[in-house]
Design a binder for this molecule. Structure first.
Ligand SMILES: Cc1cc2nc3c(=O)[nH]c(=O)nc-3n(C[C@H](O)[C@H](O)[C@H](O)COP(=O)(O)OP(=O)(O)OC[C@H]3O[C@@H](n4cnc5c(N)ncnc54)[C@H](O)[C@@H]3O)c2cc1C
Length: 358
């Protein structure tokens, strides 16, 4: 099964953005090979304080130390689904009332900046193993040292692993047009709190509902650019999200209880036998679930006039400004978001070139 192919139904090894057994970020894959180009200057560890808008046009950015960088063509905002709405609001671009409440001069009233936050919520099913079958066996210092050595010498072994090597897609809603649940099989436990010590280690199968209807927000807590924003993911606010999430979690339990796994799995530890009713499941999810790190939607793209950016990612109401990152997704995609964010960058590059040619 090809998880990035036409149909996702089923299980597979995950495809990775990896090169030479190292995770390859967009910076490694796209920017590093172009270092030294005369028309490219990269500043790391440099935080933008605000986008400068003159008249109704973005003309550049102001850095934390007060220096300004002027745009000859456009300002491209790529600070991510949390960072982009944050920087816009610090620049006076966002919901006018809440900006005024913080003492920020309103440059452009756009109530939807920071709204429509979506994320996937990971739910965990953890089982104890009857033998040392998972990467938990490398938790001992001498085993970790051996694994490190193996990686240095051969670029193989557990250090080269993504830990979540396999997974799959299936249905919470049998009538969904394509899978609405995703599974990641994590070959270990260590990171989860609340799991009693397991002598032989454990294994984690997580599930997440891929089409959440709940919507959260990213707001500022103050006009101080050094302060973290207020992020309210508002997970499970919608009753359907709760129901579908519980179905996904029950499915992971069912998968881990299948006969072919019986000789590897000693017992399910989380959720465990005490979790029985839907209220129990909901309480368990509230205590043990975590973000999938798939934030999206806070600078929504749309053809309507209320959208933050238009379908060419141009900011509605301010010239010379585009948003190019996961924040523009009107609805979070039904899977991991990294490749889609890179695709947004690729597509934007094409559109910027086309628009520059006129
Ligand atoms: C821990 C973690 C694990 C993940 N694992 C996976 C995975 O396995 N597979 C997958 O598909 N997706 C994964 N994701 C999601 C994926 O990384 C994101 O969807 C993707 O990186 C989003 O790209 P982006 O360009 O929108 O934002 P980002 O990649 O977040 O880029 C935004 C950049 O802007 C910078 N920035 C923000 N504000 C400012 C400012 N004021 N001045 C200067 N710079 C600023 C940030 O430092 C950052 O470098 C993971 C995310 C996290 C956090």
């Amino acid at each position: 099964m090809d998880v990035t192919g036409a149909a996702q139904d089923g299980v597979a090894f995950y495809q990775l953005t990896q090169r030479n057994a190292r995770r390859s970020s967009a910076a490694m894959a796209y920017v590093a090979p172009k270092e030294g180009r005369p028309n490219l200057t990269v500043q790391t560890g440099a935080q933008v304080r605000r986008i400068v808008v003159e008249g109704a046009r973005a003309t550049g950015v102001e850095m934390m130390d007060g220096t300004r960088i002027t745009a000859t063509q456009e300002v491209l905002l790529c600070s991510g689904a949390i960072g982009s709405p944050r920087l816009l609001q610090l620049s006076g671009i966002g919901p006018a009332d809440s900006l005024r409440d913080l003492g920020i001069a309103v440059v452009f009233d756009q109530p939807q900046v920071g709204e429509n936050l979506q994320d996937h919520l990971d739910l965990y099913c953890i089982s104890e193993l009857s033998g040392p079958y998972s990467y938990d066996r490398y938790a001992k210092p001498y085993m970790a040292a051996l694994a490190g050595l193996q990686y240095l010498l051969t670029r193989k072994g557990p250090v080269a692993s993504s830990l979540f090597e396999t997974g799959g897609f299936w249905y919470a809603d049998p009538d969904a047009r394509s899978p609405d649940l995703q599974f990641h099989l994590g070959l270990g436990t260590g990171i989860e709190k609340g799991v009693a010590a397991m002598p032989q280690g454990g294994v984690t199968l997580n599930s997440c509902y891929l089409r959440p209807r709940s919507r959260g927000s990213v707001r500022l807590q103050s006009d101080d650019p050094a302060k973290a924003p207020l992020i309210d993911p508002n997970y499970l606010q919608d009753a359907r999200d709760r129901e579908m999430s519980i179905r996904g979690l029950k499915l992971t339990q069912e998968i881990m209880a299948q006969a072919p796994l019986a000789r590897f799995v000693k017992a399910e530890r989380l959720p465990g036998p005490e979790v029985k009713t839907d209220q129990d499941y909901y309480d368990f999810i509230c205590e043990h679930s975590k973000t999938s790190h798939h934030c999206a939607g806070t600078c929504r793209m749309g053809a309507d006039s209320k959208a933050v950016v238009d379908p060419r990612l141009r900011f509605n109401g301010i010239d010379g400004l585009r948003v190019v990152d996961a924040s523009i997704m009107p609805t979070v995609i039904s899977s991991n978001t990294n490749a889609a964010a890179i695709m947004i960058g690729e597509k934007a590059a094409d559109m910027i070139r086309e628009d520059a040619r006129g």
